[in-house]
Design a protein around this ligand. Sequence first.
Ligand SMILES: *Cc1c(COP(=O)(O)O)cnc(C)c1O
Length: 342
Amino acid sequence: MTVDIDWKNLGFSYMNLPYRWRAYYKDGEWYKQGLETDNQLHISEGSPALHYGQQAFEGMKAYRTKEGKVQLFRPDQNAKRFQVSAERMMMPKVPVEDFVHAVKEAVKANIDYVPPYESGATLYIRPLLIGVGDNIGVHPATEYIFTVFVMPVGPYFKGGLAPQHFVTSEYDRAAPMGTGGVKVGGNYASSLQPGASAHDEDYADVIYLDPKTHTKIEEIGSSNFYGIERGTHKFVTPKSPSILPSITKFSLLHLAEERLGLEVEQGDCYIDDLDRFEEAGAMGTAAIITPIGSITHKGHRHNFGTGQEVGEITEKLYHELLGIQFGDIEAPEGWIVPVEAD
Ligand SMILES: *Cc1c(COP(=O)(O)O)cnc(C)c1O
């Protein structure tokens, strides 16, 4: 089947595709799972996910190779992180194999919607776990729905490797020992307002500072931060329990060291010491690698280089990562998982 989609001009928006994978949990066990065609969920008005934010999600992509095959990038890592998020939210864990199976089935069922290799677009995958059922008291649900739906997307920040401009916020997305380290909706609910203010002022997104002292870069709306140190070319990325542990970040730490021969460091990135870095970027599944042209903090704008051009190391990292994800460059052992079409 061919589908009528303008692959080159895809944004990052919801699309109701033919199939999604669903699994249902009650009385301590998963009791039903399979593909469904209805994109609507019918749940109790008492569902804890609706009142108290008892939910967690993931974000990953399926890539089409030059040969037309479809593959996933480190899905086991998403599965494990989903378990950590579920545990923090007192939800049942989806076994790693079941998670990867669900993702593969959701992709396979909608395989015609995986964009062609040449387009540079991908199939975005959204696994979601919500606490449902008749409740009103503040306690964990007894019933859960796990769903995996997919849609073709372009890059989250438009313009490929064109540098984007960011602004710090006086708000926090998470508390020092809160839920910043897990992928849950509540972190995003509290980021909507700062995100909207940043967009109103024509910034691509918000840079959050560490919630305790507001002196160090923590992360960006939905991606982690890195800087390339002036002179040493060291790849530096912040470390904090309230940062969402990005799989793209851990992959780039590995690639920077093993493939580009760079020194790497997870450590403090002070907002008053941006001159330390000659390049900076945002990294995440949706953001891929987005060069940071400038950061505005308390009304002062700091440009990286001219603020208009992508740096040499950022460009190398981008090509290495995308080359692996799209199957053009050999991947480290276990990073690529094929989705076999029936
Ligand atoms: C998902 C997410 C990221 C990126 O993580 P990846 O695993 O690289 O996609 C970064 N920050 C936040 C807040 C996120 O929710």
